[in-house]
Design a binder for this molecule. Structure first.
Ligand SMILES: C[S@@+](CC[C@H](N)C(=O)[O-])C[C@H]1O[C@@H](n2cnc3c(N)ncnc32)[C@H](O)[C@@H]1O
Length: 233
């Protein structure tokens, strides 16, 4: 039976403004905690996303919800030009510290401040479950990316049956306790948003509904994450 969200001690409501405040509070420790909480597994999943995108040097790629630039940095190392957009200025400041060559724009993933067909590709890392409407986000990204180009999304997903209870135990007990060291609400929110993330096939259906073609799923990170790719018509 689904848990009653109002009764759920783990449930944390976060508005868009609240989301930015939350990421601003953890921006300086975000990358360290990603490594700690995922045992470094997120690094493997980022490599999978870049492999699936098959980007070519010189291409111009939009990193949506770019955060501190964990994807942008790896793409730039492959000779790709990246523009980062994110709603949280503090996260983008960290990105610029780490990869000064990447231009950044503060903006909403649901209303991107770019002209139609401005980019050769787009990528989104660990953010689709944070936005109010993933459908709208993918439609909006498809607008700013050239027809025929690839859009790739990396996020947590529901892991296979046997792993699921262990994984949910980890999310409900370990992550909030460790996260309390830096920000109690942020890591409660993280744990809850990961626990209720939609399945990979359901996210693929959202991308298809947004108009993307040939949507494919690649599971990675021991099955707790998935890369989705789709083409702009
Ligand atoms: C979990 S972080 C992921 C950062 C980075 N992509 C990564 O792979 O590590 C989520 C990011 O999404 C941003 N974000 C959430 N909702 C947004 C929105 N509607 N528009 C723009 N950025 C948003 C947050 O500010 C935050 O930097």
């Amino acid at each position: 039976m689904p848990r009653d969200r109002k009764e759920d001690p783990l449930h944390v409501e976060v508005s868009r403004a609240g989301m930015c405040d939350m990421f601003a509070r953890i921006a300086t420790r975000y990358d360290f905690f990603n490594d700690l909480l995922s045992f470094g597994i997120h690094r493997v999943t980022r490599r999978v996303l870049l492999r699936e995108m098959n980007l070519q040097p010189g291409q111009l790629v939009l990193d949506v919800c770019a955060g501190t630039g964990a994807l942008a940095r790896r793409a730039v190392a492959r000779g790709v030009k990246v523009v980062g957009v994110d709603g949280c200025d503090a996260m983008l400041r960290r990105l610029v510290e780490r990869v000064p060559s990447v231009p950044v724009v503060v903006g909403d993933a649901l209303n991107l401040p770019f002209a139609d067909a401005s980019f050769d590709a787009a990528m989104i890392g660990f953010s689709a479950r944070d936005v109010a409407s993933p459908l709208r986000m993918f439609s909006e990204i498809a607008r700013v990316v050239r027809p025929g180009s690839i859009i790739a999304n990396l996020d947590f997903t529901q892991p296979p049956g046997r792993l699921r209870p262990i994984y949910h135990f980890y999310l409900r007990t370990i992550i909030p306790r460790l996260g309390r060291l830096i920000d109690r609400n942020a890591y409660w929110f993280l744990a809850e948003s990961v626990e209720r993330v939609i399945s990979a096939p359901d996210l693929a259906a959202v991308m298809t509904d947004a108009g993307l073609l040939d949507v494919r799923i690649t599971y990675c990170g021991l099955g707790v994450a998935a890369v989705h790719t789709g083409r702009v018509p």
